[in-house]
Design a protein around this ligand. Structure first.
Ligand code: ADP
Length: 493
C-alpha cells in the first residue's frame, strides 16, 4: 500500500480570515512527531490579529444571510462541504498525518470520511431545532425561539485534529453561527484546508475563520474577546478550567468543555468471548497510542478471569509495531511530542515506585526513525492511590485491578475526579444495567468500547471530565440561545 513522502507535503502555514490565507512571520516550529523533525513554521496570532479575525467573523455574520437564510439552504451548503472533504481525501489525509499521530492509513479510511459524515449529521439539524410553543394560559401565546449566538470561539486539541474541528465547527455553523477556530499549535494545517473547502462549498467568507498560535497568546485572546459569545473547547481539564475562568471574567459567556478522563473497563467473569474481549480492551488503550480522551486506561477485572485476560492483552500489546504515520505497516503511532513522552515515562516510574509491577512495556522504544514511541505497558498490583490509576496519562498504559464481587468492582471503577466514559463487559443484562446506573460517567459502553458512527449519541463528561456535549442533538442546542416570547391575544381586538 502506498503512502506519502513527508518531505513533500506542502502545508498552508497561515491563518485563514475572510476567505483567504493570511501569512505572518514565523513564530512557532511545527514538528513531525513520527521522526521529530521540524516540518514548517507557524505564524502566531496576537491579540490584534485575533481581534481582526473575530471582527471579520462578526461582520460576516451580520452582513451575510447565513443566519437568516432558509435552514435547509444552510444544510445544503454543509453537505456540499462534506462532499468536497471526501473528494479531497488524497490531499487532506497527508496534511492531517504529517504533523500529528494519526496514521495516514487511518486518516484516509476513517478521519476524513468521519469528518465529512459528521458535518452531514449536523446539517440534518439545521431545520430541526426552531424552539417550542409554550403551554400558557388560553388568552396568551408563549414561544421559545431558538437563535444563534453570533460568533462562537472554538479551541481544539492535537489528537484527532480534523474530527474534533468538525464537531465544533459543524454544530456551530448548522445552528447559524459564525466560528473562529484556533487549532492546536502542534497540528495546525488541516484546519486551513478545511476552511478553504468550506468557502468553496458556499459558506460565506468570514463565517469560518482560523487563527494560528499557542494557548497563552492566541487562545486566551480568543476567550477574552467581547464579540465571542460562546466558547467550545476540547483538551485537558486544567486548560478547560482556565478557559472557563476567562469566559467568566470576560462575559460571562457559556462554555462547552470536553476534558480529560481516566476511564474504567469493568470486566465480569461471565463476559462473552475472551479473545474478542482482549482485542477490545487492548484496542481501547493502544488506539492512537492511548492519546484519546476516552481511552480505556483502567482494567478492572473479576479475579477468575484476570490472568487469562491479561495474558491475552499482553500478547496483543507485543504484536504492535511502532512506526511513522506514513508507514503503512506500522500499528502503533508516535507520541505527539518529546515532553509528552517524558511525562508518560515519569508517571510509569512514579507508579512503579508506588508499588506497581510491570507486566510488559515500561518505557520508550529504542532506535527507530526519531520521534518518541511508547511501549504498550501493563501495570499490575496497583491500588487506588497509585499515580497511574489516578492521573490521566495519554499514552498506551493500562493498569490492572482485580475484584471479587459486583460491589467491589463498581467501587474500583469510580474515579474521584473524572467521569468521561466507562466500559462494562458481562453476559448478564441485569448486571450490565445496574453498572450503567451506578457508573458516574458521561458515556457507558456495554460489551464494546469506543464510539460508533452513531453521531446522534452525544459525547461529553461528568465531573472534571467536562461540561456539555459534543455530537447529538445536544451539541447543536448548545450553539443556540433561546428567546422567550409572550403574546397577549386578548389585547389584539
Ligand atoms: P495538552 O495539554 O493536551 O497539550 P491543552 O488542553 O493544553 O492540551 O491544549 C488544547 C488546546 O488548548 C490547544 O489548542 C492549546 O493551544 C489550547 N490552550 C492551551 N492553553 C490555553 C489557554 N490558557 N487558553 C486558551 N487556550 C489554551
Amino acid at each position: 500500500m502506498s503512502s506519502f513522502n513527508p518531505q513533500t507535503v506542502a502545508v498552508p502555514a497561515g491563518h485563514f480570515i475572510g476567505g483567504r490565507l493570511v501569512a505572518g512571520p514565523p513564530a512557532l516550529q511545527v514538528r513531525r512527531p513520527s521522526d521529530g523533525q521540524v516540518h514548517a513554521d507557524l505564524p502566531l496570532a496576537d491579540a490584534t490579529l485575533v481581534d481582526e479575525a473575530v471582527q471579520n467573523a462578526w461582520q460576516a455574520w451580520r452582513n451575510t444571510d447565513w443566519a437568516r437564510r432558509a435552514p435547509r439552504e444552510r444544510a445544503r451548503v454543509l453537505r456540499r462541504w462534506a462532499d468536497l472533504i471526501e473528494q479531497s481525501v488524497a490531499t487532506l489525509a497527508p496534511l492531517e498525518s504529517v504533523c500529528s499521530t494519526r496514521p495516514w492509513r487511518d486518516a484516509t479510511a476513517w478521519d476524513v470520511p468521519f469528518t465529512a459524515e459528521g458535518l452531514r449529521f449536523f446539517a440534518e439539524y439545521a431545520d430541526k431545532l426552531g424552539g417550542e410553543v409554550a403551554a400558557t394560559q388560553h388568552d396568551h401565546l408563549g414561544m421559545v425561539v431558538a437563535e444563534p449566538y453570533g460568533v462562537v470561539g472554538a479551541i481544539t486539541p492535537w489528537n484527532f485534529p480534523l474530527v474534533m474541528m468538525s464537531w465544533k465547527v459543524g454544530a456551530a455553523l448548522a445552528a447559524g453561527n459564525a466560528v473562529v477556530l484556533k487549532p492546536s499549535e502542534l497540528t495546525p494545517y488541516s484546519a486551513v484546508r478545511l476552511a478553504e473547502l468550506a468557502v468553496q462549498a458556499g459558506v460565506p467568507p468570514g463565517l469560518f475563520n482560523v487563527v494560528q498560535g499557542d494557548g497563552r497568546t492566541t487562545g486566551e485572546a480568543l476567550t477574552r474577546h467581547p464579540r465571542i459569545a460562546k466558547m467550545t473547547f476540547t483538551g485537558s481539564t486544567r486548560t478547560g478550567a482556565a478557559i472557563m475562568a476567562s469566559c467568566a471574567l470576560n462575559g460571562p459567556k457559556p462554555v462547552t468543555l470536553e476534558l480529560g478522563g481516566k476511564s474504567p473497563q469493568l470486566v465480569f467473569d461471565d463476559a462473552p468471548g475472551i479473545d474478542r474481549l482482549a482485542g477490545v480492551i487492548a484496542g481501547a488503550i493502544t488506539g492512537n497510542a492511548g492519546q484519546v480522551c476516552v481511552a480505556g486506561s483502567r482494567l478492572i477485572v473479576q479475579r477468575r478471569l484476570a490472568e487469562p485476560l491479561v495474558e491475552r492483552i499482553a500478547q496483543r500489546f507485543a504484536a504492535l509495531r511502532p512506526g511513522a504515520t506514513w508507514d503503512p505497516e506500522a500499528t502503533l503511532p508516535p507520541i505527539i511530542s518529546a515532553p509528552q513522552a517524558a511525562r508518560i515515562v515519569d508517571i510509569i516510574e512514579r507508579a512503579r515506585a508506588a508499588g506497581a509491577q510491570l507486566r510488559c512495556g515500561g518505557g520508550l522504544f529504542d532506535g527507530g526513525p526519531g520521534g518518541a514511541y511508547c511501549q504498550p505497558t501493563l501495570l499490575e498490583g496497583v491500588d487506588d492511590s497509585n499515580p497511574a490509576v489516578q492521573e490521566e496519562i495519554f499514552g498506551p498504559v493500562l493498569t490492572v485491578q482485580t475484584f471479587d464481587d459486583e460491589e467491589e468492582g463498581l467501587a474500583l471503577a469510580a474515579h474521584p475526579h473524572y467521569g468521561l466514559a466507562a466500559g462494562v463487559h458481562t453476559a448478564d443484562i441485569g448486571r450490565a444495567l445496574r453498572a450503567m446506573r451506578a457508573l458516574s460517567a458521561g458515556t457507558v459502553w456495554i460489551n464494546r468500547y469506543g464510539r460508533s458512527s452513531d453521531f446522534v449519541i452525544p459525547t461529553g463528561g461528568y465531573h472534571q471530565s467536562g461540561i456539555g456535549k459534543d455530537l447529538g442533538r445536544q451539541a447543536v442546542e448548545a450553539n443556540l440561545r433561546f428567546k422567550s416570547v409572550l403574546i397577549d391575544l386578548a389585547a389584539t381586538h
